[in-house]
Write a protein that binds this ligand. Structure first.
Ligand SMILES: Nc1nc2c(ncn2[C@@H]2O[C@H](COP(=O)(O)OP(=O)(O)O)[C@@H](O)[C@H]2O)c(=O)[nH]1
Ligand SMILES: [Mg+2]
Length: 363
């Protein structure tokens, strides 16, 4: 019989084929003398990352692969990787060699024996460095995000957005039911969902440039992040998807107004402009929801066009309900603002509920 290892390193990966072998070699070196395994969680990467993992696993029992098909998402990949582990300690790190594996030993010791609940590899405490961030713009986004987040956190933390940490698996298991699970900031999610204030050790490290491949994080991920924060601030009362859907709806109003304005300048009358604006807003809203709100279930090809058609039908019904309800309230109370807001609110809930179940088929 061979017992489960003491440590599982969970590595979310998407198109990281070229980095798998170097990472396993680096872990072997850094964790020499310890009882560990590595779990690569791959969302069916087109570059065949999982084949590389399986090839290594055939010869090395410390290497495991968890393949997810038809799904995307960094946080959910990490959660499922951790849930597949039976080790006492779990650590999470990126699969692109940006996280310094030589810090793992200290992080593991901190949670295994030194009384800490979580050890965070931090890019922002003295001795750490974020030279590996791709550009000045990325650095700016990252710094502003961190400042925003620090205000909401129950613990003092230099780098709450880190994707590099170690913790006791039992504490993670207690946290799972409350995790939002969307987006890419799993550590932050853990902090905001933990049953009690965790004892945290920060371990500084130098964030290295990517070894191979390219970053998957884009501006849409940032919007998803704002939605997750809003979800946490609402204490889970509103689902993250609904918040994202509503943010997209607000963006749609701006698109509608912009098109209306262009139409006006080109000499179109109000009705034509408003029709055009509504149509364009429906298409852009569909696109944004497909890319963002339902990013993990994104429709492509023929199913996407079908989804767009259905979305336009659903939103039109929503718009009819919106006007109907607004007129009913208006005729009773005579208040423009109240009537219009109530109509819009009901339309958003309708659009969200129906498109979630019929188009993106969220269970
Ligand atoms: N399983 C899985 N892994 C992902 C996904 N998106 C990103 N990753 C992995 O998460 C880690 C961090 O992503 P990366 O693109 O390097 O983010 P950056 O370092 O902030 O640019 C890398 O190992 C990625 O391969 C995803 O949708 N699914
Ligand atoms: Mg990276």
């Amino acid at each position: 019989m061979r017992p489960a290892p003491e440590i599982s390193i969970v590595v979310p990966c998407y198109n990281e084929r070229a980095n798998v072998r170097p990472l396993v070699a680096a872990l072997s070196h850094a964790l020499a003398g310890r009882d560990w395994e590595v779990i690569f969680v791959d969302d069916n990467s087109p570059d065949g990352t999982i084949d590389e993992v399986r090839a290594l696993a055939e010869r090395d029992g410390r290497v495991r692969g968890l393949l997810r098909v038809g799904r995307r998402g960094l946080s959910s990949a990490v959660i499922e990787g951790v849930l597949s582990s039976s080790a006492r300690i779990v650590a999470v790190m990126d699969g692109d060699m940006q996280h310094d594996e030589s810090c793992l030993g200290r992080m593991i010791d901190a949670v295994a024996g030194d009384g800490y609940d979580i050890a965070v590899g931090s890019r922002h405490v003295a001795g750490g460095d974020n030279a590996g961030l791709a550009s000045g713009w990325r650095t700016f986004l990252s710094d502003s995000g961190i400042r925003l987040v620090q205000m909401t956190l129950p613990v003092r933390l230099g780098d709450p957005m880190s994707g590099f940490f170690a913790m006791r698996r039992d504490l993670f298991a207690q946290t799972v039911p409350r995790l939002s699970g969307t987006g890419f900031k799993i550590l932050l999610d853990v902090f905001l969902s933990a049953p009690r204030r965790p004892r945290v050790l920060e371990v500084p490290f130098v964030f290295r440039p990517r070894a191979a491949g390219e970053s998957k994080l884009d501006i849409l991920v940032l919007v998803q992040f704002v939605a997750m924060l809003a979800d946490k601030l609402c204490r889970g009362f509103l689902p993250t998807r609904f918040i994202a859907f509503s943010l997209v709806g607000l963006a749609g109003i701006l698109v509608n107004l912009a098109v209306l304005e262009v139409g006006r300048r080109l000499g179109a009358d109000f009705t034509t402009g408003q029709w055009l604006g509504t149509l364009v807003a429906m298409v852009t809203n569909f696109w944004m929801n497909n890319a963002l709100t339902y990013r993990d279930r994104r429709l492509r090809g023929a199913r996407m066009w079908l989804g767009l058609a259905l979305f336009m039908v659903i939103c039109s019904a929503g718009a009819i309900a919106d006007v109907g309800i607004a007129r009913a309230i208006f005729s009773r109370d005579g208040q423009w603002g109240l009537a219009s807001t109530a109509g819009a609110a009901i339309a958003v809930v309708w659009n969200y509920a129906v498109s979630s179940t019929l188009i993106w088929r969220v269970r």
